[in-house]
Design a protein around this ligand. Sequence first.
Ligand SMILES: *Cc1c(COP(=O)(O)O)cnc(C)c1O
Length: 380
Amino acid sequence: MNKPKIWLSSPHMGGREQHYVNEAFEANWVAPLGPNVTGFELDLESYLGDTHHVAALSSGTAALHLGLILLNVRPGDEVICQSMTFSASANPIAYLGAIPVFVDSESETWNICPIALEEAIVDRIAKGKKPKAIIAVHLYGMPFKVKEVMAVAQKYDIPVLEDSAEALGSTYHGKKCGTFGQLAALSFNGNKIITTSGGGALVTSTKVDKEKTVFLATQARDAAPHYQHSEIGYNYRLSNICAGIGRGQMEVLDDHVALRRKMHDFYKNLFSSIDGVTVFSEPNEHYFSNHWLSCIVIDANQTNGVTSEKLRLAMEAENIECRPLWKPMHLQPIFEKYPYYGGKISENLFLNGLCLPSGSNLSDQDRARITDLINDVFKN
Ligand SMILES: *Cc1c(COP(=O)(O)O)cnc(C)c1O
């Protein structure tokens, strides 16, 4: 197979990243602190809005882990988590010996269903335990139903930890994703909309929470000349080298959002004449997705038997990467024993959906190959 690979989502450098990395080398700031870490945090704070604080960390998973610790989640506590997501949303619950309670999605944003969420909370309280936190995800960059979800959370006074790993640059009613929950996690993994090769951040509403996050992320050292510890710490800080990449990437974030949205428009146009395929799109003008990944759902009754798996295999044969949607956590072998609330929305999305190549660095030639193949698979 000689055709070059078209990736689902690959790193896309803007050009200035190496400048910041070189600065770090020249000053010998090759450490988990330094001017790039501070600069990257300031860039993110000004991007998200002045009232928020950002602690740069080694991964989005680390951000979720420390977020749950800040929310005082302890062994045996219950934490509600959107079922349809990447496992990294749920794993930190298990790291803490807490119990995940999974909730189905609704069909408009594919994110946590506010009705199923309230059912879950009411039932867990009736069973004797009020959930300690809610993890809601903006999947594929699509904002969850913020107003409805936050209303349920406030009614029962349960904090929301927003998993905004996929949604940097998305907005809801003009407000940035990552600023709705008491805390929010961002990811800069290699496949995300911007990358530091690996990295993440915890967005906090208060300076005190940011300071606590940095304290925990740097081994929880007490103020003393020797190494003194009164709490368990973690080694979760972002390196100054990776943060340099992040500073360069922040300069092109808005361009990347525009280019990902153009990929979504490309698929909307491509599938407009193909029956049985729905391109995942914002439910109304109050939602603005960064369209980190462009996704479709296929109704095989209307496509002469073309299923999402058939399309995926045809793409794979042409060296074009596609992936099924996230498999819900309540269907995962490691998590299936935990409580689940809702129906089969997320399960059906998983069975019939597909993520398509979505990178901000795809070329006209790449799009032409994708167009030819899709037209070929759906012809007749
Ligand atoms: C990528 C991702 C994470 C984890 O981020 P890492 O930086 O890879 O640890 C968490 N949640 C969701 C929804 C993600 O897509």
